[in-house]
Ligand binder design. Sequence first.
Ligand code: INI
Length: 192
Amino acid sequence: MTGSEETQLSPDVFDAVSGRVGRQIGEGLLADADGRGLRVGIACALFNGGITQRLLDGALAGLATASVDRADIVVAWVPGAFELPLAAERLAGAGGADAVVCLGAVIRGDTSHYDFVAGQCASGLARVALDTGIPVIFGVLTTENVAQALERARPDETNKGREAAQSAVQMAGMLRDLGRSTPARAARSVGA
Ligand code: INI
């Protein structure tokens, strides 16, 4: 889980909620995510590749931990973060992925068009997720400088590529469970 100590979710939250609602979806997300059988697309930017390569390492480690089969992972390289949405759309659509992880590093110091690149990338990825119904994970660093980017790409549990991979597995699992669940209204009218 991400977040600082003060903002972290309490471990008993799901128990606390379950007694007060009809159904809860995604309560397994804090447990180890199970990615068996999941097809994952990864789009990775070449720009600032020394950083994105570390994010990719983290993402692959995260998918391995979640037991995603290596044969079910496709990596598509793109020139920069601006191109991530189109690659994500292909991976999510014709590519047949169950989740797409997008990795990039937009560093403000590099260029004056930081805001355009970062903004278009974020809104493009959000649109692809909503248009396709496939989770598209924003594993794109937006930092003021290289030091901040390196800090977020360390080879440990805090690596943002690793977190993005975990989010992909969690979202795919949550959507699968949601698809199987009986909507509360329908359940009530059948039972009534
Ligand atoms: N692409 C990035 O991934 N990160 C950046 O920091 C960046 N900056 O700063 O310019 C960047 N630019 C390239 C852009 O993503 C496109 O590849 C390029 O404009 C061609 O469309």
